[in-house]
Design a protein around this ligand. Structure first.
Ligand code: S3P
Ligand code: PEP
Length: 746
């Protein structure tokens, strides 16, 4: 098998062959050729006109005379012919003795190909990587070949247990080099998803156009047809032969989704017949909300065109200032907001939440539960009302659950969904798609869960339902409240007891909230134990202001020359107050006023005044208690006299960005000596200069550099700030309100 050169992540091959030079085959060949991924690119197509155009348009280097020549010593052969023709081709290929050649295809149905391989040509199975680029268009033919066709499109690979891992890696890398986002999936799951999202809509479009065209008045119908008709039937212009093949090959999955669609139409028909407006309204409102969510997914995919061609690139311009004052209430706690939705949905009865964070991360969790059939009203001014469905009441989501930028949503949901009687897929944005998920997948698998991750243990997560879990004891290798919470959620459904021991205390909101919902659990030192067969009873929740958001103002007021600022009603759960302890060790002037307990969580008003800071060695035991606050603590360290050293914080490298490296880069740009180490950083206090820094789409980095501007010598331009909305949507307004000199560049 060809040696894959991973330099720049792109393979270097000797010979790539494409059989079938239509739009997809031609575009693949042209892209491989343009990017010089192979010394030769050979095409095979039995249409002489296609052969001519392929050479003329430099889609391939040469056209082979026959299958043998085409495949001889090829490293990779891509089969891009109609699905039903593949069977015959596989039989011919099996007689060629293709020892080291990797085969892959582009068909939009995978089951029939894998069945044929298994039944008729099992010797091809190890080197055959079934694939499907989702990049079709109603254009067709080699003349439409476009080497950019796959950029930012998904390619799904559905290797079987027999598929050779190196073969999968080669195909993965080559698609990646063509700009595609590669995902792995089981064959069955792929075919069901495609039946619903692509095949059914095509069937409907073909059917509607045919039905109207048969009508005597069709001329008038087409003449007056408006945008709705055009939008809905665009895909009826697709290649009839190709679609004929697809429907026959994926018959069962399409019939299943067609039946449920026909039932839905039947119900809509009855609702109209019976003048049941409220039912119509219900369906349309639900559909509109779902479509709105889908738009967000599309938008965020578009955002993945990031860096080279950012669709949005929110820039903050921040300038020095001296005086900060006033009373601010920052938005609700993100960790508690996530958990309020999760437990409210799983409870029996109606849960009301006040102070919910209306940021994108917490809203992603909220949407996920709506996708699973939970009725949730709001948020409206921080108020959310959830009609809980009970521990066994979630419904199968009809599509991939999209969790945007939110690691907490994905890791907590992984535990819950592993124990459900239905399949689910969890996906996220560009940043979340790179974050480690084996930390939850591994222990969940030990409990009996069936989870697939991306090749590097990253999202998407594909979770197979209907596997009963067994309780276990888990000694967590890292201090992570997300892993702990994931295990506790799975433990509510597992047979026997599930216990988790953490290496250092982490935020305990899950434990507190479980108790608040009346679910028993046992906490003994660093070990939490949970058992199944209890229930959650609806309650009301008051989410305190997020100390992780307040942190920006705690540092801002400390480093400003003339500051006296109060942050009201902030959660001061002792597993979250590392920021206060660390700042105080550095010499900050922080006092807690008005302390009380609200809904099981301690809160206080935090008053902070200007102070002269000194560098310290940050005690390692405080690291998990301030884990999200380090970017802004690095700004405090830059303004301190002397050196601040952080160790034991390698976790910072796997957050929304590598927070050690990204902060070090930004601080260096501003003239501060900041030396990253594998598990921390060494920062020498100095004068913050001015310049342009990049947040790498990390909300906390963006806000931290706004804080830095207070003591800068001039203007700081902070790029890539859109994600501030994930945790702190009104950050700029509150910053301006207390005197920070910052604006969004429009
Ligand atoms: O459980 C939670 O709500 C969180 C736990 C922490 O992550 P880890 O568990 O990965 O440390 C933290 O960084 C994150 O912002 C929120
Ligand atoms: C790490 C964070 O969140 P999450 O892991 O939920 O993406 C954060 O908010 O800093």
């Amino acid at each position: 098998m060809a040696k894959v050169t991973t330099e720049l992540g792109a393979p270097k091959l000797n010979k790539v062959t494409v059989i079938g030079l239509g739009l997809i085959g031609g575009s693949f060949a042209k892209a491989v050729k343009d990017l010089k991924l192979s010394k030769q690119v050979v095409g095979l197509d039995n249409n002489p006109t296609t052969q001519k155009i392929a050479i003329q348009n430099q889609v391939v280097d040469s056209i082979a005379e026959n299958l043998y020549d085409a495949c001889f010593e090829a490293d990779l052969v891509l089969l891009a012919i109609p699905i039903l023709a593949i069977e015959k081709l596989l039989l011919s290929l099996s007689s060629l003795n293709l020892k080291n050649t990797v085969l892959t295809d582009v068909g939009s149905v995978k089951g029939n190909i894998v069945n044929t391989l298994t039944a008729l040509t099992p010797q091809l199975l190890p080197n055959f990587v079934p694939g499907h680029p989702i990049a079709g268009s109603e254009r067709s033919g080699v003349e439409a070949a476009d080497s950019q066709l796959f950029i930012n499109h998904k390619v799904i690979l559905t290797p079987t247990q027999e598929t050779n891992k190196q073969a999968v890696q080669l195909v993965h890398l080559i698609w990646q080099a063509l700009g595609a986002n590669v995902e792995l999936m089981s064959v069955k799951h792929h075919d069901e998803i495609l039946a619903a999202t692509s095949h059914l809509p095509h069937l409907l479009a073909f059917g509607l156009v045919d039905c109207l065209a048969k009508n005597n008045d069709n001329l008038d119908i087409f003449r007056y047809a408006a945008g709705g008709f055009r939008d809905f039937t665009r895909i009826a212009g697709s290649d009839p032969t190709m679609w004929h093949d697809i429907f026959l090959a994926n018959k069962n999955a399409v019939l299943a989704v067609l039946d449920s669609y026909m039932e839905e139409l039947q119900q809509l028909r009855i609702a109209m017949l019976e003048d049941n407006g409220s039912q119509l309204l219900d369906v349309f409102t639900r559909a509109k909300a779902a479509r709105g969510h889908f738009n967000k997914i599309l938008e965020s995919r578009a955002n993945m065109t990031h860096k080279a061609n950012p669709v949005k690139d929110l820039t903050f311009i921040a300038k020095p200032t001296n005086k900060l004052s006033g009373r601010l209430q920052v938005p609700g706690d993100k960790s508690i907001s996530h958990r309020s939705i999760i437990f409210g949905s799983l409870a029996e009865g109606t849960t009301t939440i006040e102070g919910f964070l209306e940021g994108e991360d917490a809203l992603a969790t909220l949407e996920a539960f709506k996708d699973m059939g939970v009725s949730i009203e709001g948020p409206k001014n921080g108020r959310v009302v959830i009609q809980g469905v009970g521990l066994q009441g979630l419904k199968a989501p009809t599509k991939t659950i999209y969790l945007g930028n939110s690691g907490t949503s994905m890791r907590l949901l992984a535990g819950l969904l592993s124990a459900q009687p239905f399949n689910s897929t969890l996906a996220g944005d560009h940043s979340l798609s790179k974050r480690p998920m084996n930390r939850v997948a591994k222990p969940l698998r030990e409990m009996g869960a069936k989870i697939e991750t991306g090749t590097e243990g990253n999202p998407p997560l594909t979770i197979e339902g209907n596997h009963s879990l067994k309780g276990m004891h888990y000694d967590m290798p890292m201090a992570s409240a997300q892993v702990k919470s994931c295990m506790l959620l799975a433990g509510m459904y597992a047979e026997g007891k599930t216990s988790v021991t953490e290496p250092a205390p982490t935020r305990d909101h899950t434990e507190r909230m479980l108790k608040g919902f009346g679910y028993p659990l046992d906490i003994n030192g660093s070990t939490v134990t949970i058992k199944p067969n209890h229930k959650l009873t609806a309650t009301s929740i008051h989410v305190p202001a997020d100390i992780s958001s307040a942190a920006f103002f705690l540092v801002a007021a400390t480093i400003a020359e003339d500051a006296d600022l109060t942050l009201t009603h902030v959660g001061i759960n002792p597993t979250r107050t590392g920021i206060i302890d660390i700042l105080k060790l550095m010499g900050a002037n922080i006092t807690l006023e008005n302390q009380k307990e609200v809904g099981g969580e301690p809160v206080a008003d935090i008053r902070v005044k200007s102070a002269k800071l000194k560098g310290i060695a940050i005690p390692e035991e405080l690291v998990p208690l301030a884990i999200d606050e380090f970017p802004v603590l690095f700004i405090a360290a830059s303004c301190a006299e002397g050196t601040t050293t952080l160790t034991g914080a390698a976790e910072l490298r796997v957050k929304e960005s590598d927070r050690i490296q990204v902060m070090a880069d930004g601080l260096k740009t501003l003239g501060i000596q900041a030396e990253p180490t594998p598990d921390g950083i060494v920062i020498k206090g100095g004068r913050l200069g001015n310049g342009e820094v990049w947040s790498h789409a990390d909300h906390r980095i963006a806000m931290s550099f706004v804080v830095a501007s207070i003591r800068a010598q001039g203007e700081i331009r902070i790029r890539d700030c859109d994600n501030v909305a994930t945790s702190f949507p009104n950050f700029i307004q509150l910053a301006q309100q207390c005197g920070i000199n910052v604006v969004e560049l429009k």
